[in-house]
Design a protein around this ligand. Structure first.
Ligand code: ZN
Ligand code: ZN
Length: 273
């Protein structure tokens, strides 16, 4: 081996070591797209899902592929050892009560956090008593909801569902879930982008910087939503979900990443500050 070749080989080894270390340092967890607004979050410390159970695509949204659904119910990796499930609201493209009951009956370590409107649907079903101790109503009232589940710090506020009067009665929860190893993830359900719904929650968003925020795609389509992403929600990265199945051409113009194909994954990277 000549000196130059040896140096080159050494440089390659050094680069591969440093890039491995960098990747390892930056990556704090991963997010896997289930469908519509459904996401699985995996970290060293915990696993949890947002809005994983639903059937209604309203003719235009994605649904969880049968194979994925079956793996979730069986607890096949990566869907094993799920600590918690978070339901943003009780619409049929986000929540199905019989599925939630079936899942929690089988997976006895999993807790569920949901607004009262979803829990009422669940409590109407036979078998609810068996899972009730692990079902937590997210009651935000005037103060943020805060609860600790072993390694998870769970926080939530209510932000109006988009659609004005038509959905004014819907309790739409925005979650911030934060793990022991410093991963904070937010999910906005079907939140509206009107700034008036956020001005009262300035402190909540300032309290903690999140690594990743899952926002409905309409956040990226209007100036109010883009302003929220850039200046209010306090997250390193926003990922749009709830993207229509037939990918609209306007999605090519949005400034943030989005999930569209069920099964897509992305890294959750270390917070910058
Ligand atoms: Zn909705
Ligand atoms: Zn929706």
């Amino acid at each position: 081996m000549t000196k130059n070749v040896a140096l080159f080989a050494l440089a390659c080894v050094w680069m591969s070591i440093t890039s491995f270390v960098d990747a390892h340092d930056d990556e704090k967890g991963s997010a896997r797209f289930l469908a519509n607004a459904g996401v699985l979050i995996t970290t060293d410390q915990a696993k949890f899902m947002f809005d994983p159970f639903f059937h209604n695509d309203y003719g235009r949204f994605t649904t969880v592929p049968e194979q994925t659904r079956s793996a979730i119910f069986k607890g096949t990796p990566p869907y094993n050892n799920i600590d918690a499930i978070f339901i943003t609201h009780a619409h049929e493209d986000h929540f199905n009560a019989p599925d939630a009951l079936q899942y929690l009956t089988k997976h006895k370590q999993t807790h569920l956090y949901a607004p009262k409107q979803a829990v009422v649907l669940l409590s109407d079903l036979d078998g609810f008593a068996m899972i009730e101790p692990r079902v937590h109503i997210v009651n935000t009232q005037s103060l943020p909801f805060r609860l600790q589940l072993e390694e998870l710090a769970i926080e939530a506020i209510t932000v109006a569902h988009t659609g004005g009067q038509k959905h004014a009665h819907v309790e739409n929860v925005v979650f911030r879930v934060n793990t022991n190893n410093g991963v904070a993830v937010m999910h906005f359900g079907d939140a509206d982008t009107d700034p008036k719904y956020y001005s009262v929650h300035g402190q909540f968003f300032q309290d903690m910087r999140s690594n990743t925020a899952f926002v409905p795609f309409w956040f990226a389509l209007n100036p109010d939503g883009q302003y929220l992403i850039d200046h209010v929600i306090n997250a390193d990265q926003a990922i749009a979900v709830h993207v229509p199945k037939e990918l609209p051409t306007y999605m090519q113009t949005i400034a943030i990443d989005y999930f569209h194909e069920p099964g897509e994954t992305t890294s959750i990277l270390q917070t910058s500050n």
